[in-house]
Design a protein around this ligand. Structure first.
Ligand SMILES: [Zn+2]
Length: 128
């Protein structure tokens, strides 16, 4: 038996192409796939979310209901995207200064992102 090539992993290397265990090979595949996704690929999804969010808030619960009907791996991946967004907002506020990234329309979101970032850093969401 050959051990997984990933640091500190003692599982058997079952993926002959990469020398990784199944979990690490899946993670590496996912990372490679994500690297190929461009901003242009993300834009239609973001536009759909913007339409759904609207003024009334009705779309928020519809989104939550639809989310819970997704595969659990997709649920965690979607949560990871939101975590990434929150951490990115916090870092942009830090790097560029709040007045340069926010005004009254989104200031509360940036303030919340800055509060949440330390907790989110402590609890990374793995891809399983
Ligand atoms: Zn491994």
């Amino acid at each position: 038996m050959t051990n997984c090539f990933a640091n500190d992993c003692e599982k058997e290397a079952t993926d002959t192409d990469t020398g990784l265990c199944a979990a690490h090979a899946r993670e590496a595949y996912q990372r490679e796939r994500m690297d190929k996704i461009t901003r242009e690929d993300a834009m239609p999804a973001l536009e759909a979310l913007c339409k759904l969010s609207g003024w009334s808030g009705d779309g928020e619960q519809a989104f939550a209901d639809a989310f819970h009907r997704q595969h659990r791996t997709h649920q965690q991946s979607i949560m990871r995207m939101f975590v990434r967004l929150i951490m990115d907002m916090s870092q942009r506020a830090e790097t560029h200064g709040m007045p340069n990234v926010s005004d009254l329309r989104n200031e509360a979101s940036y303030k919340l992102a800055k509060l949440l970032e330390p907790t989110l850093r402590r609890y990374p969401l793995p891809y399983l």
